[in-house]
Design a protein around this ligand. Structure first.
Ligand SMILES: [Mn+2]
Length: 439
């Protein structure tokens, strides 16, 4: 029988409130997508793989948490019962998706659903949380129980394919013990203490990687002071947890003492150090990134942005203890152009090596992928779909992008509903393709 694996990732099903990223138009497209795959591959064995962040448990938050005046008012402990209740909220908001997954499985017995653990749904490590997800997908049809599998990676030597979510190659979302429930990564605390409160103020800040670009483009100046305040609270929160920060720079050292908190992470694109680190520079006011510095200088001196200027002046006054520097009017010359290599491509290349040996890149599977045996490696997580041929290794890296809402540089909806299909025909030939679902 012909075999096929269908990969999608990063749906980010939420509780249907203002933090929701799986918007109704994407959900309708998902239902139609499953129906079409069901028909297209009616005679095949199908593995449907949700490659991480299928559920956005991090972004299921109570009204009190979203509107909290102080970060300390937001619980950061992970409890199985609370995580299960969050799954119930997600299932209630996305009945059509759960029904569609059930129908997909019920059509023939030759279908499995593999739910790979990501970072936003890392609590899927816990059996109670898994059972809760399973309960809503099966809808009581016990014959489906064994065909829903939870896993930290998808390994299918027959299709020469290996896949995992990819957050372990992103230092802001890296888990020191991925398999243990409750041991959260820096991104978790950032989302619960900072990000959920920002998105509560402006629901259109859907994708936090690009959110500050959106603020500059859309002139959402009312977010500047809350961003500064929330981030400062998050950094100074006395509880012990791993934080996102700029490497090597202590943040808001209290009373002149060095702040002893575990610090990790890397610069977030378009996030100016003025708001997000303790850098106090009289020349580079906003950022050490010259392009961003120039951009924000010109916004500051543009007469049309009085509100931006007022917000920045307030932040500068607080940060420089009442003696704020003057924001220069001239633009700085950009002298260095660096091409940043894609760290995920580097990570994938490092997964390969002699069979049964640990590779350079620690992957969920443990042992290296033997070149020749493995031809396709898939990751999600970045929300940026990609196909890169690793010619030396005779392999291809796919990124499955995202099914949650995405926005372009101008803030317009620009979702790319990416899926990857890897199939083996009845003659034994394996082929892979990446597509964007338009239906
Ligand atoms: Mn992720």
């Amino acid at each position: 029988m012909a075999k096929v694996s269908i990969f999608i990732s990063d749906l980010h099903l939420g509780s249907g409130d203002e933090l929701e990223d799986f918007i109704p138009e994407n959900e309708k497209a998902f239902v139609r997508f499953l129906d079409q795959q069901s028909k297209d591959f009616s005679d095949s064995d199908i593995d449907l793989v949700i490659l991480g962040d299928g559920f956005d448990i991090w972004q299921v938050a109570s009204s009190a948490e979203k509107a909290a005046l102080e970060s300390i008012g937001i619980s950061i402990s992970i409890k199985s019962s609370v995580e299960c209740a969050r799954i119930q909220q997600i299932a209630a908001a996305h009945k059509s998706s759960f029904d569609a997954m059930r129908q997909f499985l019920q059509t023939t017995k030759n279908r499995k659903l593999h739910i790979v653990t990501g970072n936003h749904d890392h609590s899927l490590i816990d059996n109670n949380v898994r059972n809760e997800v399973k309960r809503f997908i099966t809808g009581g049809d016990a014959s489906l129980d064994s065909r829903i599998q939870f896993t930290n990676y998808y390994d299918n030597p027959e299709l020469h394919t290996y896949a995992e979510h990819g957050n372990q190659f992103d230092v802001n979302n890296l888990y020191s013990g991925f398999s243990s429930f409750g041991d959260e990564c820096p991104g978790y605390y950032f989302v619960r203490l900072f990000w959920n409160r920002m998105e509560h103020l402006e629901p259109n800040l859907d994708i936090w990687f690009k959110s500050f670009q959106l603020i500059w483009e859309h002139k959402i100046w009312r977010l500047i002071v809350p961003a500064y305040r929330f981030f400062k609270q998050y950094r100074l929160d006395p509880r012990k947890f791993k934080r996102i920060d700029l490497p090597g720079i202590p943040y808001f050292a209290a009373n002149g003492t060095t702040f002893q908190m575990p610090v990790t992470g890397e610069t977030l694109p378009q996030f100016p150090e003025l708001l997000f680190s303790d850098v106090s520079d009289h020349e580079l006011i906003f950022s050490r990134d010259i392009a961003l510095e120039n951009r924000l200088r010109s916004i500051y001196h543009d007469q049309g942005n009085v509100e931006f200027r007022k917000a920045i002046d307030e932040v500068l006054k607080d940060k420089f203890k009442g003696q704020p520097p003057t924001v220069p009017t001239e633009q700085m010359v950009i002298t260095e152009y660096g091409i940043v290599p894609d760290k995920y491509v580097t990570a994938v290349a490092g997964m390969f090596g002699p069979a049964n040996e640990p590779p350079e890149t620690p992957l969920m599977r443990g042992m290296a992928l033997n070149p020749g045996s493995y031809k396709y490696v898939l990751l999600g997580h970045t929300h940026d779909d990609k196909q890169v041929d690793l010619k030396d290794l005779g392999a291809t890296y796919f990124n499955t992008g995202a099914w949650s809402v995405q926005r372009d540089a101008h803030g317009k909806k620009a979702s790319r509903l990416c899926y990857v299909i890897i199939q083996k025909d009845s003659a034994g030939a394996v082929a892979a393709s990446k597509s964007i679902w338009k239906g």
